[in-house]
Design a protein around this ligand. Structure first.
Ligand SMILES: Cc1cc2nc3c(=O)[nH]c(=O)nc-3n(C[C@H](O)[C@H](O)[C@H](O)COP(=O)(O)OP(=O)(O)OC[C@H]3O[C@@H](n4cnc5c(N)ncnc54)[C@H](O)[C@@H]3O)c2cc1C
Length: 382
């Protein structure tokens, strides 16, 4: 009928990085995709974060022509993790035969590249509201309303911390090194930005909840002094170059990642199912810089299963979606477990625990295979 929209194969709810990447992956496979976006809040400020993305995420985004180039993307050649009593762990890309341990990507640049790629993909239709489709993919982030509407439990452990993000310019060059300090009252990360020779860093500072408002209220100069002190002046004098933003932190996982749509039957016998991806399915502590890497791996796995399905199976095939759920839940636990364990270990008060964790870090730094395994996991290498 003229004027009638063609039926969708997949309706994706949420146009964050995971939703847009999934839309591009599926459209590349000739599926017709609807992408439901929320209008931006009128007062929305630019995202001051930068994401540490691994090699698997980089390859995926490059294949979608959405990888930011130039100074918006800085390779991490080395990583230095310091404990609160002399313990330290060092990773070098060279030691693992890798081009870089990770890439630090400016979030607004990444979002702009993805939005542009979606605009040029005729099989992706931007929508203001959901439309029926054999498969509904929920990519609405941690506070997903659709997930709640479908009655899915989001098993959440809040951390008594908030993450403060900002950008700073430093006196010394960062040298392509990502630096992290574990203190008993917080975890500070300074991620290199602005290219290999840059002096800019993205800050992620996880601090005790009660401590956050005071840090956010400091004058810019006083805030920069506080970061200098917490980082032992490793990069010299600093100046704040952005607004500050903060996030609550939680470890969470949805109990079910797929199921039938409410009122699943459209009268013609076609089954309709939903599936969760990205932060709507799981959130981890940002200390490991893994949340989005895991979300992009969800999108890659779902696209892989849909690509390989028998020709007679619908994109909303329940069996296929259950195998997505099984494989992604299994891939999730090592990272969730490792980051949760680290944050708990460093939150323990008292000298004995301080000795144990710094002794553990020194041992780990010389542990060869274990260190190498963890580095390869975090880099997204098998
Ligand atoms: C401080 C901090 C630092 C981080 N650093 C890293 C890092 O270095 N590396 C890393 O890999 N990860 C990092 N993360 C995690 C990363 O931010 C998330 O994992 C990632 O943003 C998840 O992407 P998403 O698309 O699933 O969800 P989101 O980014 O939350 O996007 C969800 C989208 O859905 C939209 N939406 C919501 N509800 C609806 C609705 N009802 N209808 C339509 N649209 C809707 C929202 O507007 C949004 O656009 C960090 C997180 C924090 C807080």
């Amino acid at each position: 009928m003229p004027g009638m929209a063609p039926p969708l194969d997949v309706c994706i709810r949420g146009a964050g990085v995971v939703g847009r990447a999934l839309a591009l992956l599926l459209a590349r496979d000739r599926l017709r995709v609807g992408l439901v976006a929320q209008p931006p809040a009128p007062s929305a400020a630019a995202d001051v974060r930068a994401y540490a993305l691994n090699d698997a995420s980089r390859q995926l985004l490059q294949s979608l022509r959405s990888w930011p180039e130039g100074d918006a993307c800085t390779p991490v050649d080395a990583m230095a993790v310091q404990g609160d009593d002399g313990g330290a762990v060092h990773f070098r890309a060279e030691a693992h035969g890798a081009e870089a341990l990770a890439w630090i990507v400016d979030v607004p640049s990444l979002e702009a590249r993805l939005a542009e790629a979606v605009r040029y993909q005729p099989l992706v239709e931007m929508l203001d509201a959901p439309r029926p489709a054999p498969l509904t993919a929920v990519c609405e982030g941690r506070a997903s309303a659709t997930r709640a509407e479908f009655g899915v439990d989001f098993d959440t452990t809040p951390y008594p911390q908030r993450a403060i993000a900002a950008r700073l310019r430093c006196e010394g060059p960062h040298g392509g090194v990502a630096r992290q300090w574990f203190h008993s009252d917080g975890i500070l990360a300074l991620l290199p930005m602005g290219g290999s020779g840059g002096h800019d860093v993205a800050l992620v500072w996880s601090v005790e909840q009660a401590h956050a408002p005071a840090l956010l209220a400091l004058e810019p100069d006083a805030f920069a002094r506080a970061v200098e002190a917490a980082s032992g002046r490793a990069l010299g004098a600093m100046a704040l170059t952005s607004a500050r933003a903060d996030w609550p932190l939680q470890l969470a996982r949805a109990d079910r990642w797929t199921g039938p749509m409410p009122r699943a039957n459209d009268g013609k016998g076609a089954a309709r199912n939903w599936v969760l991806l990205g932060d709507a399915a799981h959130t981890v502590h940002p200390l490991a810089g893994q949340g989005l890497n895991i979300g992009l791996a969800d999108a890659a796995e779902l696209a892989r299963l849909l690509h390989g399905r028998d020709f007679w199976r619908s994109p909303g095939d329940a069996r296929l979606l259950r195998s997505y759920e099984r494989s992604r839940k299994a891939g999730l636990w090592p990272m969730g477990f490792a980051t949760d364990g680290l944050q708990q270990l460093f939150a323990l008060p008292g000298r004995p625990w301080q000795l144990v964790r710094n002794w553990g870090m020194r041992g780990f730094d010389t542990s060869g295979p274990l260190k190498s395994w963890l580095a390869r996991q975090a880099m997204g290498l098998r």
